[in-house]
Design a protein around this ligand. Structure first.
Ligand SMILES: Nc1ncnc2c1ncn2[C@@H]1O[C@H](COP(=O)(O)OP(=O)(O)OP(=O)(O)O)[C@@H](O)[C@H]1O
Length: 260
């Protein structure tokens, strides 16, 4: 498969159509509230900014076996806002994402999408929530273009090959359109993972250290891209160690390091 328009290669007319996302003023960032910290398992509660609440996580207790990693975590995400999760290695950032997405036991806590339970197996949830994990797997036998097309088609994107090509340009992989994942550099694989989240419709974007392996230009592009996503009304949950990215994109910050 190399597209649904009969072309075997790169979609035509993309270079002329594409323009980079314009710069926006960085959003303000609120620091952690030391008063809400505690020793032992992390405790965090971050209220939503004004706006339509898309995702609401209440009282999550994330644990591995008997070891509690996060206790009584509540998060609300509104349309068009970005919440960043920061903290040192091992502080529970990825665990929080896994808990929120339902990939890990929530310990009785609940997560709501548009006021209804958010379950990872629910097609409604999967249609709304695009994710970029810290370790994305690819099909070894499918090219960059085929990956982007496949995801676009699976999510019902009209004119999927055109959209896939536009996303390939956006993430800087148009020249790699025909390449297999095994032939990509680590940074290019990261760009493909981002492309797979951007090629499909989304109302929520959950990213676990998306800046990994990106060069300076790539990180600048990522910040602009996420700001553009917010402008389109996408709710973003961003785990990152990149303070500049967090400062540039996040409206609010959950700091899991303050009680370490
Ligand atoms: N599958 C697992 N089983 C048991 N413990 C785990 C598992 N995954 C993570 N942990 C532990 O949970 C804690 C939080 O891990 P997590 O991956 O959420 O941290 P993180 O903040 O995302 O770290 P990093 O910045 O290194 O990505 C760590 O102490 C880790 O050892």
């Amino acid at each position: 498969m190399s597209g649904n328009n009969g072309n075997s290669g790169v979609p035509s007319d993309l270079e002329a159509d594409w323009e980079p996302a314009s710069d926006s003023n960085p959003a303000s960032v609120q620091g952690p509230d030391p008063a809400s910290g505690s020793a032992g398992p992390q405790v965090a509660e971050v209220a939503a900014a004004t706006g339509d609440v898309v995702v609401s996580a209440d009282n999550l207790h994330c644990r591995y076996g008997s070891r509690v990693i996060l206790d009584s975590v509540s998060v609300q995400l509104s349309a068009g806002e970005a919440v960043a999760v920061v903290g040192p290695n091992g502080s529970g950032k990825s665990t929080l994402i896994r808990c929120l997405l339902g990939l890990q036991d929530r310990g009785g806590g609940r997560v709501w999408l548009d006021g209804r339970p958010m379950v990872d197996t629910d097609p409604r949830s999967r249609a709304a929530v695009a994710t970029v994990g810290d370790d994305t797997d690819f099909f070894a036998e499918l090219s960059v273009g085929e990956h982007l097309n496949l995801v676009a088609i699976a999510h019902g994107v009209a004119d999927s090959n055109q959209v896939a090509g536009e996303v390939a340009i956006d993430v800087g992989l148009l020249e790699q359109w025909e390449q297999l994942p095994g032939t990509l550099s680590q940074g290019q694989r990261r760009r493909l993972a981002l492309g797979l989240a951007l090629v499909r419709p989304r109302r929520v974007l959950v990213l676990d250290e998306p800046e990994q392996r990106l060069d300076g230009e790539g990180r600048s592009w990522l910040a602009r891209r996420l700001i553009a996503e917010k402008a389109d009304g996408v709710a973003i949950l961003l785990v990152s160690h990149d303070r500049a990215l967090v400062d540039g994109v996040a409206d609010r910050v959950i700091d899991l390091g303050f009680a370490a």
